[in-house]
Design a protein around this ligand. Structure first.
Ligand SMILES: [Zn+2]
Ligand SMILES: [Zn+2]
Length: 288
């Protein structure tokens, strides 16, 4: 295989699809997906497929170990992938579109893997909302146009107006990030002690959806598609409900919010939540 002399080195925290965008730009490609195919990967799906990155390593001249560290390969329980400093279910890795923090891009023009966390609505470093569409033409950034920091309409994301995220949103997101890294914190109610990060995220979304009166589908992708305002509100309410457990669920119940449906749920996390909600509501009734 031909080896390109691109001299592009991976950056700290950079994701594989983001790196492919930079490689494609440096190689002068008009489409990063076409570049990826030539280099033996799919863009952006190659990051989660677990396929060998040796062809890309040979093609780009970047050590395979470095590329492996930027990918999100299958790992751990079924459906899970290595992600950031831990493991999450594939549902929580968002590659359907691309997000960006204008302030991060000003510091260094590469795509951060942390923007690929499905529930990420803000940059924890700059405490700003992530950009999910081009500020000029409104297009949703994808993974084919070979620019990390720009749109086909020539807008530069680094110049986009900054929107500060509320403190509660930042705190909720920081909590979720710590769960990826370390699992449920000891301060969390013991009902959740056995939950993995993705179980807790599903429970958070379900509680937050109830608190916010969200009547749409509760699949992760459906919530994310509703936009950052809605995701932030649901995640913030969900994390608060989780931290105030079990008081929160009794409050929600008293205030007439919709609890998770009675029918058995498919995921173990929501089955657990279903049982816990009933236990907490029954215990709450016993006290009144
Ligand atoms: Zn940032
Ligand atoms: Zn644009």
């Amino acid at each position: 295989m031909r080896r390109l002399r691109l001299r592009v080195a991976p950056a700290e925290g950079e994701s594989l699809p983001g790196f492919i965008l930079r490689l494609a730009a440096r190689a002068g490609f008009r489409n990063a997906c076409e570049f990826a195919v030539l280099a033996g990967v799919r863009q952006p799906g190659g990051a989660v497929s677990g396929a060998s990155l040796l062809p890309l390593a040979t093609f780009s001249g970047v050590a395979q170990e470095c590329l492996d560290l930027m990918a999100y390969p299958p790992a751990g329980p079924r459906g899970h992938h290595r992600f950031l400093e831990g493991m999450v279910h594939r549902d929580f890795i968002w590659l359907a579109a691309r997000r960006a923090c204008p302030a991060c891009l000003r510091e260094a023009p590469h795509h951060r893997g942390e923007w690929d966390f499905a529930l990420a609505t803000a940059c924890l470093r700059h405490r700003h909302r992530l950009l999910v569409s081009c500020p000029l033409c409104g297009a949703e950034p994808g993974w084919d146009y070979p620019s990390v920091g720009g749109c086909q309409c020539r807008a530069r994301f680094r110049d986009a107006a900054i929107r500060p995220a509320p403190d509660e949103e930042i705190a909720a997101l920081a909590f979720l990030r710590s769960v990826i890294r370390e699992g449920p914190p000891p301060s969390l109610h013991q009902d959740f002690a056995g939950c993995g990060p993705s179980d807790l995220f599903r429970i958070t979304l379900s509680l937050g959806a109830s608190a916010e009166g969200w009547d749409g589908h509760r699949r992760v992708a459906s919530v994310v598609r509703a936009g950052p305002e809605r995701v932030a509100a649901i995640v913030t309410a969900g994390v608060q409900a989780l931290q105030d457990w079990p008081t929160s669920v009794c409050d929600l119940h008293r205030r007439g919010y919709r609890l998770p449906e009675d029918r058995p749920r498919r995921t173990p996390a929501l089955n657990l939540l279903h049982k816990l909600v009933h236990k907490a509501v029954a215990a709450g009734r016993g006290q009144h």
